[in-house]
Design a protein around this ligand. Structure first.
Ligand SMILES: [Zn+2]
Length: 169
């Protein structure tokens, strides 16, 4: 007899998902990134719902694959990873802990995306991003796109170091 889906608990699945990290940012797992959204278990299969961060983000297919590899590794047979576009991923879904880890990793974390009206949006676009290394505000945007589309490239004039900022969406 093969194992059935009811052998597993949601808690267990969530714990395994926490072992899957973002290939772009190895210090963060897909749960704290807010990418893994939901786990449902019925008699037929386990469904893991994920919401892609940026639609064009090349890391997403890698993440989907890594989730599949992880579950297969744990012996889970009947599962499906479903991309869910009904909600738009926002950096607000990242846990505070995840943002702190980002900063420790040398990437300036995203702020809150509470700006709804145009005035606030225009403010946000000129917002000063503090340096993740020395907290200096004397930083300069060098490129809207860093190593990936999700990140912008900045330069700190105080410690003379380039750094990346995970952009708010
Ligand atoms: Zn600095």
């Amino acid at each position: 007899m093969s194992t059935t889906t009811t052998t597993y608990s949601k808690k267990e699945i969530w714990r395994w998902l926490q072992e899957v990290t973002d290939p772009e940012i190895p210090v963060l797992n897909v749960v704290e990134m807010g990418i893994a959204r939901d786990v449902t278990i019925d008699e037929e299969k386990i469904i893991i719902k994920i919401t892609p961060t940026y639609s064009g983000c090349p890391a997403m297919s890698a993440i989907e694959k890594e989730i599949k590899v992880k579950l297969a590794e744990k012996g889970v047979e009947n599962f499906e990873v479903k991309k869910d576009f009904s909600e738009t991923w926002t950096t607000d879904w990242m846990t505070e802990e995840a943002k702190a880890k980002l900063k420790d990793y040398g990437i300036a974390p995203p702020g809150k995306t509470t700006a709804d009206d145009d005035f606030l949006k225009s403010l946000k676009s000129t917002k000063v991003i503090p340096c993740p290394y020395c907290e200096s505000l004397d930083t300069e945007l060098q490129s809207e796109f860093g190593s990936t589309a999700c990140k912008a490239q900045y330069y700190c004039h105080d410690c003379d170091e380039p750094f990346e900022h995970f952009k708010c969406i």
